[in-house]
Design a protein around this ligand. Structure first.
Ligand code: HEC
Length: 157
């Protein structure tokens, strides 16, 4: 009896979840801005817990770290470039106009991130914590290099 009631409750809560607008994180009038922000949100939410592990805020677990590193490498390879198409420098964004003024440099910084993220997946797989940590820091440097030039702290418009 109890089980059936739990199942009914679960079914009810699922149907509520489905009733929420399906595009909750997508701004219909600014789909490109939403695309790139979704990409970086996923990057941040993968890199963040890895940082917690590196800093010892959560216990080191080499398998978990390697799984996150794999995710990061995969996510990094998604073609976020299309989210920076001409004309998408408007709206609710932290992307600085400098991106559209220096597309080659921006592309270089994105490529550096992808290269280091791929190397991080390889380093993490070896199970060598020191090597994984060193490569994590190197990868973090590519986030900072791009953010320093091209990401504003607050929304621009
Ligand atoms: C090539 C440039 C570049 C690199 C490399 C880069 N970022 Fe960003 N990031 C940006 C830009 C530009 C934005 C702002 C996008 C916008 O608001 O339209 C951003 C936004 C973000 C956001 C906010 C996403 C949101 O919800 O709006 C997070 C979190 C983030 N980056 C984390 C990271 C981390 C962590 C790394 C490295 C592991 C990284 N980024 C590497 C350019 C970069």
């Amino acid at each position: 009896m109890k089980n059936t009631r739990a199942k009914t409750l679960l079914a009810a809560s699922l149907s509520v979840a489905v009733a929420v607008p399906a595009l909750a994180h997508i701004e219909r009038s600014e789909p490109l801005q939403s695309l790139r922000q979704s990409y970086f949100a996923l990057v941040g939410m993968t890199f963040g817990p890895m940082g917690d592990m590196v800093k010892g805020k959560i216990e080191w677990n080499g398998d978990q770290f390697a799984a996150w590193a794999n995710d990061l490498a995969a996510i990094s390879s998604v073609s976020v470039e299309r989210g920076f198409a001409p004309g998408s420098d408007k709206g609710k964004t932290r992307a600085k106009p400098a991106i559209w003024e220096n597309p080659a440099d921006f592309a270089d910084k994105l490529a550096a991130f992808r290269t280091e993220a791929a190397a991080l997946a390889v380093a993490a797989k070896t199970g060598d914590q020191a090597a994984a940590t060193a490569q994590f820091k190197k990868t973090g440097g590519t986030c900072k290099a791009c953010h320093d030039e091209y990401k504003a702290r607050n929304y621009l418009y």
